[in-house]
Design a protein around this ligand. Structure first.
Ligand code: LCS
Length: 397
C-alpha cells in the first residue's frame, strides 16, 4: 500500500491518523490498549541495555507504554512540537513542569487569573518546597517583566483564562521570556491546539488538562506536556520516573478516541457558544457577558489574532449578583450543575464558591472573579434547547 506523508497532513487528518494508524502486527484499526504493567526483555543483555537508556523497547508502564506513546506522538503533531509526555492529570503535568524547572529558592511568574487548582499549587504547595509563584495581571505583559529577577525560572500563562476568559498576548510574553532566557509555558486547555498553537507564537512548553476538550466526553482525567525533545526526555526520566504521575493505557486510549473528533467538536462548541453568548447579551436579566468572540470583550482583537475561533466557554453575571446566580444554576434542567468543562454535555458552575474557592475574597476581587460570576461550558446539544433551558431558568429569578 502507498504511504501518505503525515508531515504534510492538515490538522483534521492528523487528528484521525496522527497516532500511527493501523497496527502493523494485527491490522487493528483502533490503537490497541496495551494494558500491561511490564514488558518482557529478549535477553538479560537487552534488559540491561534498556535500563541504560540504550536500544528500542519498553520496560515498565510508569516509564512508557505503547498506547501512551501513540497519544504522545499525536499530541506533539497537533501542537507542532518535537515531543510530548502524558500525565495522570492536568495538575500532575503542571506541577511536573514547574518541579523540573525550579529548585528551592527559585521563583516563577504567572498570570493571576488561572484555574483555582493551579493557584492552590502556587499558594499552598510550592512554598513548602521553597518555590515562590508571583502572580501578576498578565493582560499587561510589562507586569510580567517587572516581576522577573535572577531567580525566575519560567513564565506560565493561561489563555483564555479560567474563568474570566481574559486573553493574554502569547507573542509578547514569549519575547519577554526569551529576553530573560527563560521558557514561556502556556496552559492551552481552554483553546486546544485546534484553536490556538502557542509553540508557533514563540512559547516553549504547552500544558493541557486533557480531561477537558482533548478527551471531550467527561470520562477521563489526564494531562499532557508538549515541548522540545530534550525537555520531555528529562521530564520523563526525572519527574515521571520519581513522582509517578503516569497516565493509564486505557485513559491514553480514551484521549486518542476523543482526538479523532476534536475539530468537529470544537467547531460546534464555538458556534453554540457564540449563539448563547449573543442570547445572554440581549437578555434583560443579564448584567454582562464575557466571551472572546463578542466585540464587547476587551481583548477581542487579540483573540482574533491568536485564535482560530473563540472556544466554548462563557462567563456572565445576572442582575442581583450571587443570590440571583444561584437561583439560575439551581433551575437549569438540561444543563448540568457541575465543575469541569469541555464535555459533550453543557456544564454550569459558580467559580467563587467552587473551582476558584482556593482564592481568598480579596484575591477574587483583585483578579475580577466577581461573587456573581457564572461559568458556562457550552456543550454539543442543539443550541435551541440550551437557550430554551437558560430562558426558563432566567424566568425563575
Ligand atoms: N488547567 C486548566 C486551565 C484547568 O481548567 C484545569 C482543571 C487544570 C489545568 C487541571 O487539570 P486536571 O488535573 O483537573 O486534569 N479545571 C477544572 C475546572 O475548571 N473545573 O474542574 C477542573
Amino acid at each position: 500500500m502507498a504511504k501518505f506523508d503525515l508531515s504534510k497532513a492538515h490538522f483534521a487528518t492528523l487528528c484521525v491518523h496522527g497516532s500511527g494508524g493501523v497496527d502493523p502486527q494485527t491490522g487493528a484499526l483502533s490503537t490497541p490498549i496495551y494494558q500491561s504493567s511490564t514488558f518482557a526483555f529478549k535477553s538479560a543483555r537487552h534488559g540491561a541495555m534498556l535500563f541504560q537508556g540504550e536500544g528500542e523497547g519498553y520496560v515498565y508502564t510508569r516509564l512508557g507504554n505503547p498506547t501512551q506513546a501513540a497519544l504522545e506522538r499525536e499530541m506533539a503533531f497537533l501542537e507542532g512540537g518535537e515531543a510530548a509526555l502524558a500525565f495522570s492529570s492536568g495538575m500532575a503535568a503542571i506541577a511536573g513542569v514547574i518541579l523540573n524547572l525550579c529548585r528551592c529558592g527559585d521563583n516563577l511568574v504567572s498570570s493571576d487569573t488561572i484555574y483555582g487548582g493551579t493557584h492552590n499549587l502556587y499558594k499552598e504547595s510550592l512554598p513548602l518546597w521553597g518555590i515562590e509563584a508571583r502572580e501578576v495581571d498578565a493582560t499587561d505583559p510589562s507586569k510580567i517583566e517587572e516581576a522577573i529577577d535572577s531567580k525566575t525560572r519560567l513564565i506560565l500563562i493561561e489563555t483564555p483564562a479560567n474563568p474570566t476568559l481574559e486573553i493574554i498576548d502569547i507573542e509578547r510574553c514569549a519575547e519577554i521570556a526569551h529576553r530573560h532566557q527563560i521558557p514561556l509555558v502556556v496552559d492551552n486547555t481552554f483553546a486546544t491546539p485546534y484553536l490556538q498553537r502557542p509553540l508557533e507564537m514563540g512559547a516553549d512548553i504547552v500544558v493541557h488538562s486533557a480531561t477537558k476538550y482533548i478527551g471531550g466526553h467527561g470520562d477521563t482525567v489526564a494531562g499532557v506536556v508538549i515541548a522540545k525533545k530534550d525537555f520531555i526526555d528529562e521530564l520523563r526520566a526525572r519527574i515521571l520516573r520519581d513522582l509517578g504521575g503516569v497516565i493509564s493505557p486505557l485513559n491514553a486510549w480514551l484521549l486518542l478516541r476523543g482526538l479523532k473528533t476534536l475539530p468537529v467538536r470544537m467547531d460546534r462548541h464555538c458556534s453554540n457558544a457564540l449563539e448563547i453568548a449573543k442570547f445572554l447579551s440581549f437578555h434583560p436579566k443579564v448584567n454582562w457577558v464575557r466571551y472572546p468572540g463578542l466585540t464587547t470583550h476587551p481583548q477581542h482583537e487579540l483573540a482574533k489574532r491568536q485564535m482560530r475561533n473563540f472556544g466554548g466557554m462563557i462567563a456572565f453575571e445576572v442582575k442581583g449578583g450571587r443570590h440571583a446566580g444561584e437561583k439560575l444554576i439551581d433551575n437549569v434542567g438540561l444543563i448540568t450543575l457541575a465543575v469541569s468543562l469541555g464535555d459533550c454535555d453543557s456544564l454550569i458552575e459558580h467559580p467563587a464558591s467552587m473551582t476558584h474557592s482556593t482564592y481568598s475574597k480579596e484575591e477574587l476581587a483583585e483578579v475580577g472573579i466577581t461573587e456573581g460570576l457564572i461559568r458556562l461550558s457550552v456543550g454539543l446539544e442543539d443550541p435551541i434547547d440550551l437557550i430554551e433551558d437558560l430562558k426558563q431558568a432566567l424566568s425563575k429569578i
